[in-house]
Design a protein around this ligand. Structure first.
Ligand code: NAD
Length: 302
C-alpha cells in the first residue's frame, strides 16, 4: 500500500531514506531547515512543506531523522511543531536521541491522540541507501504493525524491542556505545601496529579475518586507509550517542569504566576541532601519539 508520509530531517541518513520511500511509490511531504537539503529531496519527487506543523497537518504518519534530542523535542513539541498538525496519528523517530527524549515526546503527543514510536536505526549511510538498516522500534504494537511496511522499506532488519517508549533508543545507545568503544580501541591498536612497521592495509586485512574484527575494523578503516574519512557519520554525533548512553548508564547506577575511557578519546578529538569531521578521523589522535599514519601505501593512485 502506498500512502502519504511526512519526513523531517533530510541529512546524511534522511535523504537516502526519503529516496527509498519515493522509489517504493509513497508520496512524501518533506521538511528541513536546510534549504539545499529540501531542494534536493524535491528534485527527487518529494513535496516541500515549510514547517513540521504543515507536514503533520496533512500526513497521518510522520518520520523524523534529526541530529539531537533538543532538535527532536523542538520539531515535535515546539512552536509550529508536529503537535500542531491535525492529521498526525503515528510519529516515528528514527534519530538517536535517548530514552528520555522519546518518553517526553510520547507524553507530549499523547493528549493529541498521536502514538509515538522510537525507531532508531543502525547501519550507516550505506545501509540507508541499500535499505538494509537495523530498525529498533519501541512503543504500541498496533502502531508498529501499522508502520512496519514503511519501516521495512528502509530497514531489512526491523524489530519491536518492547512496548514502552524509549526501549528502542536504549538498545540503540547500547549498540553505539559498543561500536564507539570498539573503534577507540581499534584506533589505538592500529596505530601501534603501524608504529611497529606493519603495513596498515595488510594489518587490517588480517584483523578482519581474525578475532579482533568488528564493524569498525571492517567499515571505518577503509575511509581511514584512503585518507578520505568519508564514512558519513560525524564525530559530534558519535560523541552525542556516548554521552546519552553514559547518562542512561549512570541513571542505572553503572560505572562503565571501559566506555568512559573511550569517551575521552572522542573528547580529545572534539577539543582538537574535529566535531564536524567524520568519526573515522578519530584515528588521527592515536596516529599523532604514535607519530605514524594508518594509511594505505598507494592511496593517492586511485
Ligand atoms: P545530519 O546532520 O546529516 O542530518 C540532520 C538533518 O536534520 C539535517 O539536514 C538538518 O538540516 C536537519 N535539521 C536540523 N535541525 C532541524 C530542524 N529544527 N527542523 C528540521 N530539520 C532540521 O545527521 P544524520 O547523520 O543524517 O543523522 C540523523 C540522526 O540519525 C542522528 O540522530 C544520528 O545520530 C542518527 N544516525 C546516524 C547515522 C549515520 O551513519 N549518519 C547512523 C545511524 C543513526
Amino acid at each position: 500500500m502506498t500512502e502519504t508520509l511526512g519526513f523531517i530531517g533530510l541529512g546524511a541518513m534522511g535523504a537516502p531514506m526519503v529516496r527509498r520511500l519515493l522509489a517504493a511509490g509513497h508520496r512524501v511531504l518533506a521538511h528541513d531547515v536546510d534549504a539545499v537539503a529540501l531542494a534536493a529531496a524535491v528534485s527527487r519527487g518529494a513535496v516541500a512543506r515549510d514547517s513540521p506543523a504543515a507536514v503533520a497537518g496533512e500526513a497521518a504518519i510522520v518520520l523524523v531523522s534529526l541530529p539531537t534530542p533538543e532538535v527532536v523535542r523542538q520539531v515535535a513539541l515546539g512552536a509550529a511543531g508536529l503537535v500542531e498538525g491535525d492529521a498526525l496519528r503515528i510519529y516515528v523517530d528514527l534519530s538517536t536521541t535517548g530514552a528520555q527524549a522519546a518518553q517526553a515526546v510520547a507524553a507530549g503527543l499523547a493528549p493529541r491522540g498521536v502514538v509515538a514510536l522510537d525507531a532508531p536505526v543502525s547501519g550507516g549511510v550505506a545501509g540507508a541507501e541499500a535499505g538494509t538498516l537495523a530498525v529498533m522500534a519501541a512503543g504500541d504494537r498496533a502502531a508498529f504493525e501499522r508502520v512496519r511496511p514503511v519501516l521495512e522499506v528502509i530497514g531489512a532488519n526491523t524489530v519491536l524491542v518492547g512496548d514502552k517508549p524509549g526501549q528502542g533508543q536504549t538498545l540503540k545507545l547500547v549498540n553505539n556505545l559498543l561500536a564507539a568503544t570498539t573503534w577507540a580501541a581499534a584506533c589505538e591498536a592500529l596505530a601501534m601496529g603501524a608504529r611497529a612497521g606493519i603495513d596498515p592495509e595488510l594489518m587490517i586485512d588480517v584483523i578482519n579475518k581474525s578475532s579482533g574484527r568488528s564493524f569498525p575494523t571492517e567499515r571505518f578503516t577503509g575511509p581511514a586507509l584512503s585518507r578520505r574519512f568519508d564514512f558519513g557519520f560525524r564525530m559530534e554525533l558519535m560523541a552525542k550517542d556516548m554521552r546519552l548512553a553514559l547518562q542512561e548508564a549512570e541513571a542505572l547506577g553503572l560505572v562503565m569504566p571501559t566506555s568512559r575511557a573511550a569517551q575521552m578519546l572522542y573528547g580529545l578529538a572534539m577539543a582538537g576541532g574535529g566535531a564536524k569531521g567524520d568519526v573515522t578521523e578519530l584515528v588521527r589522535i592515536t596516529e599523532g601519539w604514535a607519530g605514524t599514519e594508518v594509511a594505505a601505501a598507494r592511496r593517492n593512485e586511485s
